[in-house]
Design a binder for this molecule. Structure first.
Ligand code: ADP
Length: 314
């Protein structure tokens, strides 16, 4: 394999009249983690489906593990592994049988031995129980073990931790780190800034089929002014009053919360409180938050992710 594990150039895809990918370019060096970060509906799964040869491009080209996704699809498939949000585990089989089934399907001499694989994912004890008795986290691990049987060079993880509890999430992060240390290339899609920040060497931010930013986590964080402050008001009148005093804020009337962009520094917090005091707006709760995906989008596109979804719904 060349030193570039994935090369995407001008990727375009549309469903009927709706453009879903509008010319996307990126490169992923071998042995690194690349994260595609974006809200629901941004086009992350579509990108994964194109790169894993499940979906045909309408324009542009891509090479994975040195092979063209259109003309060398079979060779691409034998070099990659894919794990999605919806595990492809057979509930009626035990953990061991699931992994064995995958090894049989691949029918490759070079497949990973099953015992050590189960051990690596801490699934040995549960290996002979039906997968239907597994927790969500265990199922994801089993799914990943099944993917790794074929010793992929490039691993696609499509929102691998969506819906997982924090403990299982951290466990999966550690697995990803171990795989990269072993030399694997990982393409990770996520809705969580924290996840991309912790795992990725490079992050690309996807918004409605376009990349709005690309860089190392540090480079991206420099573009994001900071996190935000959440103010909880006692009643809707208070929320409206606070929103008038703080025109830069985004109100969430259902939860009586106002989201105010802020770097969390003492100066900006004091000035925020002073402005509220001046107009005698009573605040129930005041929380300083680290940047999340919404802050990234507000900084990069001038729109929050919720605003994007609303526009889409209309
Ligand atoms: P993400 O993974 O970022 O949530 P997707 O790639 O799944 O986004 O979807 C991007 C957009 O493409 C969404 O607006 C979605 O509704 C649309 N889309 C996805 N699959 C299909 C399909 N088979 N037919 C029509 N539209 C689709």
């Amino acid at each position: 394999m060349t030193n570039t594990a994935i090369e995407a150039s001008g990727l375009r895809k549309a469903y009927k009249d709706k453009a879903v990918l509008e010319g996307i370019d990126f490169e992923v060096p071998a042995g690194s983690v690349f994260s595609l970060l974006g809200p629901n509906g941004a086009g992350k799964t579509t990108t994964v489906n194109v790169l894993t040869t499940l979906l045909r491009l309408d324009g542009g080209s891509a090479r994975v593990a040195g092979f063209d996704v259109a003309s060398e699809a079979r060779r691409v498939r034998s070099a990659i592994g894919v794990t999605g949000q919806f595990a492809s585990v057979d509930e009626l089989l035990t953990g061991r049988e699931n992994v064995q089934m995958m090894a049989d399907l691949l029918g490759r001499r070079g497949s990973e031995p099953i015992g050590p694989l189960l051990q690596r994912f801490d699934l040995e004890e549960a290996a002979d129980r039906r997968a239907s008795t597994y927790s969500g986290g265990m199922r994801r691990k089993l799914d990943l073990a099944m993917t790794l049987v074929g010793r992929p060079q490039v691993l696609f993880l499509d929102e691998p931790t969506t819906g997982l509890d924090p403990r299982s999430r951290r466990m999966l992060w550690q697995i990803v780190r171990d795989l990269v240390n072993d030399g694997m290339t990982i393409f990770l899609t996520t809705q969580y800034l924290e996840e991309a920040d912790r795992l990725a060497d490079r992050i690309a931010v996807l918004d409605q089929g376009r990349l709005v930013a690309q860089g190392s986590p540090e480079e991206l964080k420099r573009q994001i002014p900071g996190g935000h402050v959440e103010l909880r008001l006692a009643e809707i009148a208070g929320l409206e009053a606070a929103a008038r005093v703080l025109p830069e804020a985004t109100p969430d009337p259902d939860n009586l919360i106002l989201r105010v962009p802020s770097d969390g520094g003492v100066r900006s917090l004091r000035s925020l409180l002073d402005r509220l005091d001046e107009y005698a707006v009573p605040v129930e709760e005041f929380t300083v938050r680290l940047p999340d995906l919404d802050d990234v989008f507000l900084a990069l596109t001038g729109q929050s992710t919720t605003a994007t979804e609303e526009t889409e719904a209309r």
